[in-house]
Design a protein around this ligand. Structure first.
Ligand code: BMA
Length: 371
């Protein structure tokens, strides 16, 4: 069995980082050279080869989508908008389970192949720092990010209004709540998988208390996961219609030789409600509030029945990737129509190439983001 320790050893660690960074000139002409950095090898990343006839962005859906159907657990009607990662010799995940009383909560799931999941029947039992029960009123859209030896769960919850909740675990048995990072209202927070300049980095999307009709992505930093500051604007809704209402962070950024690869969601307003698509951007490695490239086209938009039809139609909502630095495979997990979990695939070099080729950045993207 492969242990966490040996996974870490195989990881293209810090030492690899300097040797992997290409000089700027070379970078521009050699997209196939792009590499993932500081992430462990994942030999069993779920995968299907690219089918013939893909038009638009080089990202393709798993043919057996959705991977999680309705009523997956007793008292849970739907699972969607959920995050997964390699763990031990399999995978682990935190799942948004919409209970039959309509209130969302977070459930733990395990899988051998990252496709077939078994869920705990009980909600994740959050405790406070003293070991006392400390359950949020509701909890949704969890992200799961490992920084150093600790796994962090970040979600949206009630804090006298919608705001961000966070907890940490090292064993997925005890889960300790951390201070809420922000006052209301805020959603769609996701950590970077390593500290930058010694600081934890968190993307988030300030919002209102309802189905927010606006929203940009911001970056905040913390020395200790308690005090958050040095807030910076990363990027805003754009003039492209598919993301002209609001945007929000999605999967934890993937570190690459080109910058941080971010899959996020962009929202369009129609006379029939919001449409959620998946977008892609590349952020500066040392100053991730600077956007280097931002794809003007969506990467994935609702097209399949499980994306167009459900509790909330027309939603593709990315929350996690499983990615392998050796094969460059990326498996993207996304919520579908607030009803299901879907899986899509891409290759690092192809998606980075597509984002760069179709990049359109504005001054508010490329600036440091402070006023
Ligand atoms: C957002 C969030 C998501 C949801 C989306 C579409 O505001 O609440 O959880 O998927 O709306 O309903």
């Amino acid at each position: 069995m492969r242990t966490e320790a040996c996974r870490e050893q195989e990881c293209c660690g810090k030492a690899g980082m300097s040797t992997n960074v290409l000089p700027i000139k070379e970078k521009e002409n050699s997209m196939s050279e792009v590499k993932m950095l500081n992430c462990p090898e994942v030999k069993n990343v779920p995968w299907q080869e690219k089918p013939e006839g893909i038009v638009g962005a080089p990202i393709w859906r798993y043919t057996e989508n959705p991977i999680i159907g309705r009523n997956p657990v007793e008292n849970v009607a739907r699972i969607f908008n959920s995050a997964v990662m390699p763990y031990g010799d399999g995978f682990i995940g935190v799942f948004r389970g919409e209970q039959t009383n309509g209130i969302p909560y977070i459930y733990l799931g395990h899988s051998k192949d990252a496709i077939h999941w078994e869920f705990d029947k009980e909600k994740i039992p959050f405790k406070d720092e003293n070991g006392n029960d400390f359950m949020p009123v509701y909890a949704y859209d969890p992200r799961l990010v490992k920084v150093e030896d600790t796994y962090y769960i970040i979600w949206c919850q009630d804090f006298y209004g919608a705001s961000i909740g966070m907890a940490k675990t090292t064993d997925f048995k005890t889960f300790t709540r951390l201070e809420n990072p922000f006052i209301p209202f805020n959603r769609n927070a996701v950590l970077f998988p390593r500290k930058i300049d010694g600081k934890y980095m968190l993307l988030s999307r300030p919002s209102d208390s309802g189905h927010t009709p606006f929203g940009d992505i911001f970056l905040s930093e913390s020395p200790d996961m308690v005090y958050w500051g040095k807030h910076r604007h990363v990027m805003g809704r754009s003039s492209e219609w598919w993301e002209s209402v609001k945007i929000g962070g999605g999967a934890a950024p993937i570190e690459t030789t080109e910058g941080w690869l971010l899959f996020y969601h962009g929202v369009s307003g129609t006379c029939n409600g919001f449409v959620y698509s998946i977008g892609g951007a590349i952020l500066d490695i040392d100053n991730p509030s600077k956007v280097l490239y931002r794809c003007e086209n969506f990467l994935l938009t609702p097209e399949e029945w499980y994306e167009e039809r459900g509790f909330v139609p027309n939603v593709c909502f990315p929350c996690a990737t499983i990615h392998d630095p050796v094969s460059n495979k990326i498996a993207l997990y996304y919520g579908c129509a607030d009803s299901y979990v879907g899986l899509a695939f891409t290759k690092l070099d192809e998606i980075v190439d597509y984002i760069k080729t179709h990049s359109h950045v504005t001054e508010s993207d490329t600036e440091l983001g402070i006023r």
